[in-house]
Design a protein around this ligand. Structure first.
Ligand SMILES: [Zn+2]
Length: 478
């Protein structure tokens, strides 16, 4: 933040927010470390100065670089997750958070063992597989029955006893990531449905928008009374190969050997790591934001969700550097078990009595690409009090959406269900599912300038709300 920029920000604020087109572009080359934002005469000029500082600041990038380089992939229950927890506590102290602690909770953890898949007939070749989280453990050999969609599997009258099921349902690329819900059911529900119909093994085409052979893992769930079977994700071209082979004249199905070994550590522990910036006037009123520290094991957990941890921690650090904290408390949480579930419920259980005084909550968990819209709780998108925020975000190419926020993030879903108002800053997910849960979820896939745009958008909203009296439980007058 240069003096000239601060002066510009103050000028823009004085002009009533009409001149934001002249604000620095998020793509402009920026210094590696900007000077702290000085005290200013009005709250919103401080918000604008923070936005501009965030665009030129590398705090989020530094956090992400450390997490992916020094810790790596962080599945729940692993030694890496324990190191990540220790790193997170030290990092939050170093960033200036108060009241830093790790809140432990019991979380049985699924542990990947040796895995392989091989086509046996009509010829031998290696297939690219990754076991799904919560997969059953074992080695099975059998014919592969291919379904083009989960709906086809659900409705089939084919006898699946002794068979290995493959659901080869493609995923659609979308900006808002909505293709994931539809395609993902083949992973979330497919194994349990196949097992309940007698299948001995299950494969899903990777829930992925890429065309590479590298498989994408993720967790699955078993229905009541269903005995888990080995369940994995195949590289997209491998799934297509099995489908083509299964359609050859003569009706001979391909056979494979699927070996997915794993174990469950019933006594594992997970942690939500929490740090606060205490509000200067109404510390009991709180905003809770965060990302999740755990990740899948094949990659480095950079886009999922090191980026979200880095973005929200950087928001806290930059606001914490102000000479005076905003009126309300800002809490940043590095959630400890998103991928196989648990951190949302654990956070709610530990903080139930705070629910009525949590003003707003949100999670960053769709990578590090640019934010394109802000979704506020119902009734607030057109609230005139948010016009300065809308203007400030417009210069970041973020628009105010009146669309429903939906689920604001799986780690804050518990708070949301308990009645806490939630927001969403939607990230461009066009590329996210090329990488998600695969070995290619690595640091190089994150663009530092886009990460800074995320921090700038988050800090604009969070600082504004933290220094306001807005009550999201009372929808604005129409
Ligand atoms: Zn995630």
């Amino acid at each position: 933040m240069t003096i000239r920029r601060l002066a510009l920000a103050l000028l823009i604020s004085a002009a009533g927010g009409a001149a934001f087109a002249q604000a620095p572009s998020p793509r402009a080359p920026t210094p590696a470390a900007a000077a702290p934002v000085a005290a200013s005469t009005s709250t919103f000029s401080t918000t604008l100065a923070l936005r501009d500082r965030a665009l030129g600041d590398n705090t989020a990038w530094t956090i992400l670089e450390e997490l992916t380089t020094d810790i790596g992939g962080r599945p729940v229950g692993s030694p890496a997750m324990t190191r990540a927890k220790d790193w997170a506590i030290a990092k939050m102290h170093a960033l200036g958070f108060e009241n830093v602690r790790a809140e432990a909770f019991a979380k049985p953890s699924w542990v990947r063992g040796p895995e392989s898949a091989e086509l046996n007939t009509p010829y031998k070749t290696k297939l690219h597989v990754l076991g799904l989280g919560n997969s059953g453990s074992g080695q099975v050999t059998g014919e592969v029955v291919v379904f083009s969609s989960l709906a086809r599997l659900k409705m089939t009258s084919i006898d699946l006893k002794g068979k290995i099921v493959l659901v080869n349902q493609p995923m659609t690329r979308t900006q808002d990531g909505s293709g994931y819900g539809a395609a993902g059911a083949a992973r979330f529900q497919g194994p349990s449905i196949a097992a309940s119909k007698g299948a001995i093994g299950y494969l899903t085409r990777s829930i992925s928008t890429a065309d590479v052979r590298e498989p994408h893992t993720g967790s699955t769930n078993w229905g009541p009374g269903v005995k888990p079977i080995p369940a994995g994700a195949l590289g997209v071209p491998d799934a297509d190969l099995l489908e083509r082979l299964s359609k050859r004249p003569g009706g001979k199905l391909p056979t494979i050997t699927l070996s997915l070994l794993s174990s469950v550590d019933e006594k594992a522990t997970a942690w939500n790591v929490v740090g606060d910036l205490r509000g200067s006037e109404r510390p009991n009123e709180m905003i809770v934001i965060g990302g999740h520290l755990d990740s899948w094991d094949p990659g480095q957990g950079a886009i999922d969700d090191g980026a979200g941890v880095a973005i929200t921690a950087a928001v806290g650090k930059l606001i914490g550097d102000l000479p005076t904290h905003p009126k309300r408390t800002i809490r940043v949480v590095m959630f400890g078990s998103e991928e196989t579930g648990g951190s949302s419920a654990a956070y709610l259980a530990a903080h139930k009595e705070e629910v009525p005084r949590i003003i707003l909550t949100g999670e960053s968990d769709t990578g590090g690409d640019e934010i394109y819209d802000l979704r506020l709780p119902p009734g607030f998108a057109n609230d005139p009090r948010f016009l300065p925020v809308a203007d400030a975000l417009a210069s970041l190419k973020v628009f105010m959406s009146s669309a429903d926020v939906g689920e604001a993030g799986s780690d804050v879903a518990g708070l949301q269900e308990a009645g806490v108002p939630a927001f969403g800053l939607s990230q461009d997910a066009s590329r996210y599912f090329d990488l998600h849960h695969s070995a290619s979820d690595t640091l190089d896939k994150v663009d530092p300038a886009k990460l800074a745009q995320n921090v700038a958008a988050w800090i604009t909203l969070i600082h504004f709300v933290a220094d306001s009296d807005i009550d999201f439980r009372k929808p604005a007058q129409k």
